[in-house]
Design a protein around this ligand. Structure first.
Ligand code: ZN
Length: 228
């Protein structure tokens, strides 16, 4: 496509140049503006990407931290379980000694006592089976775990329970139960020994008395007695 150049007068030429110049300026202005906008756009895009990246890193970091926390919790639980296992090795003979003392008291009062039963597959506990007038009862000593009880790593406690075949939980003792002092930290060897002393020095004849009284007054047991 050819362009026909028309000779123009001087005045017309100057005017045309001026107009062209204005257009050129305008085009330059537009170009500059477009360039600036592009730069701004690129800048905004980069900032958005950077923010996104930072957010991703933040999330990754959080996930990493979360995983670390879970691992730490698992490690702490393992440490807890191992410490309880070790404590059980130390305290199982003490539980046994206390149950043997109780057995003496019950024998003294005319009860029949059985062999101590070990339930440590399920929980850290030993039970002394008791028999009188055809009715069964038992005294159980338990090393209670905060992890098994309320999923905490606070420590351990000791508990004694008296129960009978009437299905009643007749008595027992868990020193500091329902208080903030119930759990003793596993590293507090002295405090654990002190707590055990409550159980060890509890009155064996008192336990016998409580069970004997229950056998006399429990309606389920007397009904059963009549049936027999
Ligand atoms: Zn009863």
């Amino acid at each position: 496509m050819g362009v026909t150049k028309k000779p123009a007068s001087k005045g017309q030429q100057g005017k045309a140049f001026k107009v062209t110049l204005t257009i050129m300026e305008t085009i330059d202005t537009i170009r500059a503006r477009v360039k600036r906008l592009r730069l701004e756009f690129a800048d905004a895009k980069e900032r958005t990407q950077r923010a996104q990246q930072e957010e991703n890193y933040g999330l990754m970091d959080l996930r990493r931290k979360g995983k670390t926390m879970l691992d730490e919790t698992e490690d702490a639980k393992d440490t807890y379980r191992n410490a309880v296992d070790e404590l059980w090795t130390e305290y199982e003979p003490k539980f046994e000694a206390k149950l043997l003392r109780l057995a003496d008291a019950f024998l003294d009062e005319g009860w029949t006592v059985g062999q101590i039963e070990d339930f440590s597959d399920e929980e850290y506990a030993l039970t002394l089976p008791l028999l009188r007038d055809g009715h069964h009862a038992g005294i159980r000593i338990t090393l209670l775990e905060s992890l098994a009880t309320d999923d905490s790593l606070e420590g351990i406690a000791f508990g004694v329970d008296l129960d009978a075949d009437c299905g009643h939980v007749i008595g027992g003792m868990t020193p500091f139960n329902y208080t903030s002092e119930l759990w003793i930290p596993l590293n507090s060897t002295h405090a654990i020994a002190e707590r055990w002393a409550y159980i060890m020095h509890s009155d064996d004849y008192e336990a016998e008395h409580v069970l004997a009284e229950h056998f006399k007054t429990c309606e389920s047991l007397s009904l059963k007695g009549e049936e027999d």
